[in-house]
Design a protein around this ligand. Sequence first.
Ligand SMILES: Cc1cc2nc3c(=O)[nH]c(=O)nc-3n(C[C@H](O)[C@H](O)[C@H](O)COP(=O)(O)OP(=O)(O)OC[C@H]3O[C@@H](n4cnc5c(N)ncnc54)[C@H](O)[C@@H]3O)c2cc1C
Length: 481
Amino acid sequence: MTSLLWFCNDIRLHDNEALHIATEEAEKLLPVYIFDPRQFAKTDEIGFPKTGPFRLRFLIDSLRDLKSNLQSKGSDLIILTGKPEELIPELCRKHDIGLVSYHEEATHEETQVEDALDDALEKIGVDVDSAWGATLYHLDDLPMEVEKLPDVFTAFRKKAEKYSEVRELFDTPAKLPPLPESHPESEGFPDSDFFGLEPDSPSEHSVLPFAGGETAALKRLETYFWDQDLLKTYKETRNGMLGADYSSKFSAWLANGTISPRYIYFQVKRYEKERKKNNSTYWLIFELIWRDYFRFIALKHGRNLFYSTGIKGKKYEWSTDNDAFRKWANAETGIPMIDANMRELNDSGFMSNRGRQNVASFLAKCLNIDWRWGAEYFESLLVDYDVCSNWGNWAYNSGVGNDPRDRYFNIVGQGKRYDANGDYIRHWLPELKDVPGEYIHEPHKMSVEQQRKAGIEIGNDYPFPMINLEQAYREIEKRGD
Ligand SMILES: Cc1cc2nc3c(=O)[nH]c(=O)nc-3n(C[C@H](O)[C@H](O)[C@H](O)COP(=O)(O)OP(=O)(O)OC[C@H]3O[C@@H](n4cnc5c(N)ncnc54)[C@H](O)[C@@H]3O)c2cc1C
């Protein structure tokens, strides 16, 4: 029998259940990756490319690595372009394929494609066996129906930790069945006309160069856990913003499935046995449970997650001030904590969790701009964009998601707390290099003479043309906790 394995957001050979299913009884295997034009179209609200240059480059690297890993095991990767629900049934007919296997997604657009594919395959009598593989806890092992998932994280986590177990890993196969004699030619990567842009690498200031692929993912874990022993202090450092070491940076590899969350989990368990078990080792797992939670929440709430009213169905008067939005997006608000983070995003495709919370809160709660614009902007630029984590976190920070307390961030206070000396601000906004530490988060408080000495000028065309800066600061002071 010949099986077709459809790779999607599971671009790896380790702990890959779909691969396991496809090879269990197959003599021939056809591994396929499909560039779906819908994933390279424009976002709905603000018309940005859904897949921006950093993630595109990361994806291409990841597929190159997958192809080479498949080849080293006697197989190969066939890269095609089109709609999976049309292409795959056609391949099955042409190449006498008996079984199709893939990993399931959780969100509306993706599950629609899967449903259409399953229907088309059923019509032509081809078996489909799909797997759930993107989370730490398997969907079927949750201690509640997904419809009954608590809307508060802690309630979910406590139950999951008590009643669910993380499943064992699927082995990485030593050898794979060969391609069938009759198979399509790989079309290779589409050109920049198809993508609407050129792939790009993060700037040299980035926390990491973010090399795509399973090989780089496993290496990053090796470095972070075993070579540099950074896991043991993760809880103390995780709120940092500057450099490679303050957090794991696993997110980009997790997002396209070049690393499995279960693999990370069992490496943490090994680390706890061989090196140290403490709050930090637990906390990395705790964060992976957050990631799970947003995926299950997306499954529970379906399309509501993408409406302005969010999963809470809450109506706010959202502003559509395009000018203010552009200033936020272009790192031109005049508020260093916001602009440094947005410049990092624009130049590298990454931003720390601390930064993401602050810029999201500022956009939705100080500027009152439709939070979905921010979510789409992140979607376009993030190297680690994950539909559930992104939209779930944006909704959470905008008062329409899972935050029971609907909090605001005091942006200036956060800057002083998490970047006390202003090193992060100066890293991304070198034009502020001569601003003294005491003013780095509030340059508007400097006298004209102090501004002159620091080589900046507030209020005119200082490096950042202002969104009424004074008003923005007043908002922050009024609202901040
Ligand atoms: C507005 C906003 C948008 C976000 N968009 C995304 C996104 O598109 N993709 C994405 O992976 N994460 C997103 N996050 C979550 C989080 O910011 C990133 O996962 C984290 O910064 C990635 O860095 P890291 O891998 O070093 O994290 P670490 O601190 O090392 O955490 C380990 C892993 O835990 C998971 N994790 C940590 N925090 C969160 C969280 N708040 N929500 C969900 N999972 C979490 C991630 O998979 C992460 O890789 C977003 C957060 C906010 C506030």
